[in-house]
Write a protein that binds this ligand. Structure first.
Ligand SMILES: [Zn+2]
Ligand SMILES: [Zn+2]
Length: 134
């Protein structure tokens, strides 16, 4: 098996209390331009890594809190520093999505698409040619 896909990838929130490890291979990586990600992260868009829940190992969940952002979805954040890091939804059972920016360095794949492109902000001009999905 390819060496890079079996690596693990360490990540953490801004204050470092909420530290975790993703056991590769990851399933996918994509940018999300939905309005809820924009507001939850205070950012133009959020880049997510998709993994099975079993691939995420929390070093400490003492500061992990969950906010129900819609009827079928929750967003996990650090209760100390407020970093938004995780997303889970009954739309993707068994999966957890991890904010790419909280995992420094390279992982086993590059972002492959723009999701919810229809609600992308108009004050950012993307220069890549990745597929845009609505
Ligand atoms: Zn924190
Ligand atoms: Zn989103």
């Amino acid at each position: 098996m390819d060496d890079s896909s079996t690596r693990s990838f360490a990540g953490a929130c801004l204050c470092g209390v909420l530290a975790f490890r993703i056991v590769g291979p990851t399933k996918w990586c994509a940018h999300c331009h939905c309005s809820m990600c924009q507001r939850a992260h205070g950012a133009a868009f959020v880049t997510w890594i998709g993994v099975d829940s079993s691939q995420l190992e929390l070093k400490s969940d003492a500061s992990l809190q969950w906010f129900s952002s819609s009827a079928d979805a929750e967003r996990g954040f650090c209760g100390v520093c407020g970093s938004s890091i995780f997303f889970r939804s009954s739309r993707w059972p068994g999966e957890i999505h991890v904010a790419r920016a909280c995992v420094p360095g390279a992982i086993d794949r590059e972002p492959a698409a723009h999701g919810f492109a229809a609600t992308a902000v108009d004050w950012l001009h993307l220069g890549d040619d990745l597929p845009r999905k609505s």
